[in-house]
Design a protein around this ligand. Structure first.
Ligand SMILES: *Cc1c(COP(=O)(O)O)cnc(C)c1O
Length: 358
């Protein structure tokens, strides 16, 4: 028998979530963001269920080539641009659209001998200070890009640092973007998931949702998306493989971090940090055992963790455990170790077998 842990990818949820995004963004086209192996879901298995999107956005050349080899004919956007001048031949060969965020890249394009022009996303640094040309240089850079015969269509792209934070929002960055683009006849792409959901004024020509397609929250808080019809795409499940009956004062796991206050039943689950479950998820992290919501106890080990069986006295060896998924939002699990659902989904370990479910 294989170890009982597995992840299930709910394909209908993926289609549902894309439809939810579509209903929010009006006539804007949608880049389905599938970077990081489709946020840990397995790019080669899931992209077909997102093929109602208008294009796929990612950043790894191997993932772009995989999409082409599996038959995707539509647009593909490289969100982080290209890394070396040599990459330009791959961009031309596979018809990729690349972000251009730095002067050296424009120089490299100018020097390149391309069979036909490439389309680019010219990135504006509107305040995040990660990638892009500063606002006061943008129009000059745009004019020189327009003069290059190697460049076809140009789209203005920018990215928000706080679209998931209602207090800060997008106003300041949007002011920068609007003032740079005033009077320019150029298509635009600004919105990640958070902006796609909460700031219609950012939708422009193309939106770039990622995390919402997988049914998790851009803010890391499930309540923020609870009422819009998104469904969790990945569930991670395992089983109880042992049961311990503790008495008051008994301790659990490495470092003896949990002490039983009285007699209690504790289950051992075949799931640990080598499966991608966060080690910092200590006592109190929610988990579902045999249909009942309970909590993790003590320190998560490499291959196992312990759970309180008090709320599920009927649980036995072999009882099902849901670590996160359709009954337990990954964001609820991520909150305790101080992270967000994104990190947990992307960190699903290779050793966890994945099955697809319709
Ligand atoms: C990852 C990424 C996105 C998608 O972000 P989500 O928060 O997952 O929607 C959009 N744009 C860029 C440039 C990205 O890197």
């Amino acid at each position: 028998m294989p170890r009982p842990i597995s992840a299930t990818i709910h394909l209908d949820a993926l289609e549902n979530n894309l439809a939810v995004v579509r209903s929010k963004v009006g006539n804007s086209k949608i880049w389905a963001v599938v970077k990081a192996n489709a946020y840990g879901h397995g790019l080669s298995c899931v992209w077909q269920y997102l093929d109602q999107a208008d294009g796929f956005a990612l950043l790894d050349f191997n993932e772009a080539i995989l999409l082409r080899e599996q038959g995707w004919q539509g647009p593909i956007l490289l969100l982080e641009g290209f890394f070396k001048p040599e990459d330009l031949s791959i961009i031309a060969e596979y018809r990729l659209i690349t972000v251009v965020h730095s002067h050296w890249q424009l120089k490299a394009i100018e020097m390149a001998n391309l069979s036909k022009p490439i389309d680019i996303y010219l990135k504006l640094n509107s305040g995040m200070n990660r990638l892009g040309f500063p606002a006061d240089q943008y129009r000059t850079v745009l004019s020189s890009a327009k003069c290059l015969r190697q460049i076809g269509q140009i789209t203005l792209m920018s990215h928000f640092a706080n679209a998931d934070n209602k207090e800060i929002g997008v106003t300041e960055q949007l002011n920068v973007i609007n003032s740079v683009s005033q009077g320019l006849d150029i298509s635009q792409s600004l919105a990640n998931s958070a902006a796609s959901l909460w700031y219609p004024q950012t939708h422009r020509d193309w939106v770039r949702p990622g995390i919402v397609l997988y049914g998790a929250s851009p803010s890391g808080k499930w309540q923020d998306i609870a009422d819009i019809g998104l469904k969790a795409v990945m569930s991670l499940q395992s089983e109880i493989i042992a049961i311990q009956n503790l008495k008051a004062g008994d301790k659990i796991g490495y470092g003896s971090q949990y002490t039983a206050p009285g007699p209690m039943r504790v289950g051992t689950v075949a799931c640990g940090y080598a499966d991608g479950y966060p080690r910092r998820a200590m006592t109190g992290t929610p988990i579902i055992v045999d249909g009942a919501r309970t909590q993790v106890l003590g320190t998560v080990s490499m291959d196992m963790l312990s759970v309180d069986l008090t709320p599920c006295p009927q649980a036995q060896i072999g009882s099902p455990v849901e670590l996160w998924g359709q009954n337990l939002p990954v964001d609820d699990v991520a909150g305790i170790p101080g992270t967000i659902g994104y990190e947990l989904l992307c960190a699903l370990a290779d050793r966890v077998p994945v099955s697809l479910c319709r």
